[in-house]
Design a protein around this ligand. Structure first.
Ligand code: GRF
Length: 315
């Protein structure tokens, strides 16, 4: 399943188009589910619609930054997008929006950051007589054109370049760079190793829990005691990444599967006391996963440990 992404644009949207076309490749780990703009006349919206992608446009005039961003945020959440890609989005995002989407917003900038932040980068490069410029994809933080760099491409300046000729050439490099960086970023955060790391962090935080490997699967148990969680990763080639935890029995298993058959399943070889919870659907609620782990831990922990937990719960 591909990770859903929204692209925010204000204008032409050629970087958005590059992301859209790259996403059509079956190996691309993301898909564009929404293109949103603060400019209803942004030409990129027409291209997105023609490609069958949902669009949203709302002028920001007369709205406070945080008000506009709240409208945007609601629309993005409705779309199911998990990541935000800025592509020529000419508005600063509010600190609230950035905090809500921390480590899930990326941007492309037409210079080799940290050189030439802000606008008019090509003019600045030419005025400084630099021989090399380029483009940068980075994670968005509160500071403008800052944040961890995901990738850069150098572009040579040619004698006689004008800001326009240079911009056009840098744009070609941007179109190549953006999709690669977004794909790598999304895959690193949503691939099996990242999912296992999320489970691990929560499982080993439980009292007297440790990790071992069983039948090739990472699994967590009480030290010298029973196991309470496994991560199944493409087990027998089933293509799924899932957490297996203990449940009360066949009835609960059946109810979970009936209510959400895409997410829950009966794990083969584990029987009625376990349920499989898919982690590869792109919409994990990690607090909820943490609760599943704690509950499963309780189901196998010896009384001397569960008693301690019950006492702690009362405070
Ligand atoms: C690109 O140069 C991008 O780096 C900058 O704005 C421009 C957008 O171009 N942030 P487009 O709308 O993607 O064609």
């Amino acid at each position: 399943m591909k990770t859903p992404v929204v692209v925010l644009i204000s204008g032409t949207g050629t970087n958005m188009a590059a992301l859209v076309y790259a996403a059509k490749h079956p190996d691309c780990p993301y898909e564009i589910v929404l293109v949103a703009s603060n400019n209803p006349d942004a030409p990129g919206l027409i291209l997105a619609s023609a490609e069958g992608i949902a669009t949203f446009a709302h002028p920001h005039t007369g709205l406070k930054r945080a008000e506009f961003d709240a409208i945007l945020d609601a629309e993005i959440r409705k779309s199911g997008a998990q990541y935000v890609a800025l592509a020529g989005y000419m508005r600063l995002l509010s600190p609230e929006f950035i905090a809500n989407w921390r480590d899930r917003i990326v941007n492309i900038h037409p210079s080799l950051l940290p050189a030439h932040k802000g606008l008019h980068t090509h003019e600045a490069v030419l005025a400084a007589g630099e021989r090399v410029t380029g483009c940068t994809v980075h994670v968005v933080t509160e500071a403008l054109d800052d944040g961890p760099v995901l990738g850069q491409t150098e572009v040579a300046v040619i004698d006689g370049d004008t800001p326009e000729t240079l911009a056009a050439r840098v744009l070609i490099a941007e179109h190549q760079l953006y999709s690669r960086c977004l794909a790598g970023f999304v895959a690193a955060a949503t691939g099996p190793e990242a999912l296992i790391a999320q489970v691990r962090a929560r499982a080993v935080a439980l009292p007297e829990a440790d990790e071992v490997t069983s039948h090739g699967m990472p699994c967590w148990g009480i030290i010298k005691g029973k196991k309470f969680a496994y991560v199944s990763n493409d087990h027998h080639g089933d293509g799924k990444v899932a957490l297996l935890v203990k449940i009360s029995g066949v009835e609960e298993q059946a109810t979970l599967i009936e209510n959400d058959p895409d997410r829950y399943y009966r794990p083969p070889y584990f029987g009625d006391g376990w349920v499989g919870i898919r982690l590869d659907l792109g919409d994990n609620d990690w607090d909820h996963i943490g609760e599943w782990l704690a509950r499963s831990w309780r189901a196998v922990a010896p009384p001397r440990l569960t008693k301690l937990m019950s006492i702690a719960d009362e405070f």
